[in-house]
Design a protein around this ligand. Structure first.
Ligand code: ADP
Ligand code: 5GP
Length: 222
């Protein structure tokens, strides 16, 4: 990975943050997993997507999504504001290029909860990104979770279940697969991936150089 040109508040150059994509069928528990790891890890931020989908009960503009109308979404596409965007379950969703560039350059680690179309674009544009796919233990459990969530109509749930099989097929080209059966175990697995990837020497060359320099080895470069 190329070294970051940005620096922190003390003027020291920072390594770019990790870009982590989490995908999986609707209802598998992606939002739940994101919330859980963000509570446990510092320096982890959620990439808030833009969507034309109407908000569900309890969702907050600027926290869960930026809820925008079609005209705004069209304008953002025309302005190249999205690093990727896709139609998913009949609505449009997009990731802000400015946000992910500025935050990762500042050293923040980011989670993107996006579908496989978006994940494949992220892999092309940011090959150093880490792609994680979350599977449910069974098809029935997905249906039960979508119903239990209680946020979507039967028609929307049926559409999402119809789309689930095609999405699950995409798991094969991701870097990691997690099965969200027992939530705590899935959270542990997701945490392990994030922690291990964050310790890769190739991702943290500046930090490793600083650590070695602090031990008297200031001639070593990674
Ligand atoms: P997604 O973001 O993938 O659409 P959510 O995180 O909204 O899915 O989860 C869907 C529902 O399933 C929620 O009601 C959530 O509390 C529940 N859920 C998540 N993980 C589990 C699990 N391991 N076992 C049972 N229910 C779960
Ligand atoms: P939901 O409507 O349940 O919040 O999300 C539906 C699907 O859209 C999920 O698979 C979610 O990962 C995906 N999604 C959310 N934001 C984005 C985005 O910015 N880009 C893409 N490609 N998919 C997204």
């Amino acid at each position: 990975m190329s070294k970051s040109r940005t620096s922190n508040s003390t003027g020291a150059p920072v390594d770019p943050g990790l870009l982590v994509v989490l995908s999986g069928p609707s209802g598998v528990g992606k939002s739940t997993l994101c919330r859980a790891v963000m509570q446990r890890l510092d320096n982890l931020e959620f990439s808030i997507s833009f969507t034309t989908r109407p908000p569900r009960q309890g969702e907050v503009h600027g926290r869960d999504y930026f809820f925008v109308d079609d005209a705004t979404f069209d304008r953002m596409i025309a302005e190249n504001a999205f690093v990727e965007w896709a139609v998913v379950h009949g609505n449009r969703y997009g990731t802000s290029l400015e946000f992910i560039q500025s935050r990762t350059r500042a050293g923040a680690n980011l989670i993107l909860d996006i579908d496989s179309q978006g994940a494949s674009l992220i892999r092309k544009k940011f090959p150093e990104g880490v792609l994680v796919f979350c599977l449910a233990p069974s098809e029935k459990s997905l249906e039960n979770r979508l119903k239990a969530r209680g946020t979507d109509s039967p028609e929307i749930i049926a559409r999402r279940l119809r789309n689930a099989r095609a999405e699950i097929r995409q798991a094969v080209w991701y870097d990691y697969v997690i099965v969200n059966d027992v939530l705590d175990r899935a959270v542990d697995q997701f945490m392990s991936i994030l922690v291990a990837e964050g310790c890769r020497v190739s991702r943290i060359p500046r930090r490793v150089e600083r650590l070695l320099a602090a031990q008297g080895l200031d001639d070593v470069t990674v």
